[in-house]
Design a protein. Structure first.
Length: 433
């Protein structure tokens, strides 16, 4: 593949000199292994005898995939004191073929000045779920960072592109695109200031060869504030506002909207083992010409207070409620309030990572199908849900590494015909050389 060939050429160029100049910091690693995953969804669907409705039945859609996996990684000194990092990943399976190549060159041409170039090539063919889809993506980035001598100010410039092509058949619609983007961020971190501040402005320009009515510009503005609190605490606020407009006149409001997101968090330590946490967020969309079916204005508010305990053997426990509220001014059927109880267990120890996060809650729709007439069959119904996520990334004897991830969700609706469940599990074994 093109990406793999490019990676190999740069490895050949960089490797000999790298080992001669900085053998202590250069390395070559590679691994091989296998992976397997399963996805399944269970739901109710209508059944027919010719054209006569005969009721509902429980349907299932399991999907199994197996593959061989491997990766190659090189880090080496390059010209004029710069460094080159190369990573090549490959997947060869019964459903998925993939090659991913990432090159990163970093240098410091002057005091306080850092530059990097990071092109990525991702090629993929996916025949999962009865589809047959091929994708090719090229994503180059160039970054420049300048920090003043007293380190109180910094400037970060990002310029990049995104070239994407797809072909084949799939239920998911992704359009070919040619895109460019740029971001400029300014940071202020004086030693005597209470808050660290970062301001940013960026823009993306996207053109779609197969659908010029989708061509658009999306502008971004961001603000981030961070500070330390007494008692080893901290607080942060991050806000981003986006504006997307089309390059051509179009009757659809799909690409003409404002969107934004704000996140805030605070941590206060009660002792060396107990910390109080608060996470708040709000995000939403405001369309130029909203409708009441697809492109409607909405906001999602989330609050999550929690306590975190540091336990023995590097285990941590986080527990608390999670509240969520969706507000859609013109679409009452989409409004809901949700309350859930969440527990997270996590362990980081000697390079191993364990995580387990069960939760349970209730989502209450303002207009639930169970409380209205059958004349409105497409409405959501309120439901109880149970879900859980598990992740493990651990080392085994013989330089083998095991990675497992799984998730499951069960929904019990007021309208039983909307009951559903889903699960996903993936296991991967790799031997490092």
């Amino acid at each position: 593949m093109t990406g793999a060939a490019l990676g190999v050429v740069l490895v050949v160029i960089a490797s000999p000199d790298a080992r001669a100049q900085t053998p202590d910091s250069s390395y070559v690693r590679w691994d091989v292994g296998g992976s397997s995953d399963v996805t399944n969804e269970r739901f109710y669907e209508d059944t027919y005898d010719d054209t006569t409705f005969t009721g509902r039945r429980l349907a299932s859609s399991p999907e199994y995939r197996n593959a061989g996996v491997g990766s190659y990684e090189l880090s080496s000194a390059f010209v004029r004191g710069s460094r080159l990092h190369v990573r090549q990943d490959a997947t060869v399976g019964d459903k998925v073929l993939r090659s991913y190549t990432r090159l990163e060159w970093r240098g410091e041409p002057g005091e306080g000045l850092r530059v990097s170039l990071t092109p990525e090539i991702d090629m993929r063919r996916d025949r999962s779920f009865g589809a047959d889809r091929s994708e090719l993506r090229f994503r180059p980035d160039a970054r420049l960072r300048y920090t003043t001598l007293d380190r109180s100010q910094s400037w970060n410039l990002l310029v990049g592109g995104d070239w994407y092509r797809t072909s084949g058949t799939s239920d998911v619609l992704s359009l070919d695109r040619n895109a460019g983007r740029a971001w400029l961020r300014w940071g202020l971190t004086p030693l005597d200031a209470a808050w660290e501040t970062e301001l940013g402005y960026g823009a993306d320009v996207r053109a779609f060869p197969d659908s010029v009515v989708r061509d658009h510009v999306e502008q971004h503005g961001s603000l981030a504030l961070r500070r330390l609190l007494p008692g080893m605490g901290s607080a942060a606020v991050e806000i981003q506002l986006d504006r997307r407009t089309t390059l051509h006149d179009t009757p659809s409001t799909r690409d003409q909207f404002w969107s934004g997101r704000a996140d805030a968090n605070a941590f206060v330590s009660f002792s060396d083992k107990v910390t109080a946490e608060l996470w708040l967020s709000v995000d939403g969309y405001r369309y130029d010409r909203p409708d009441t079916s697809v492109y409607f204005d909405y906001r999602v508010w989330t609050a999550r207070p929690a306590l975190h305990w540091s336990l023995a053997s590097d285990w941590g426990l986080r527990a608390g409620p999670r509240l969520e509220w969706l507000d859609a001014p013109e679409v009452p059927a989409e409004r809901y309030r949700q309350l859930a109880a969440v527990i997270e267990f996590e362990r980081l120890h000697a390079g191993d990572w364990w995580s387990l996060a069960p939760s349970a809650g209730w989502r209450e729709y303002e207009h639930s199908a169970a409380t209205l007439s059958l004349a409105e069959p497409d409405l959501h119904s309120s439901y109880l849900f149970l879900e859980g996520d598990v992740f493990a990334d651990v080392s085994l004897p013989g330089r083998v590494r095991l990675r497992f991830s799984g998730s499951g969700r069960y929904e019990s609706h007021e309208d039983p015909s909307q009951d559903a469940s889903s699960m996903y599990a993936s296991v991967e074994l790799r031997r490092r050389f």
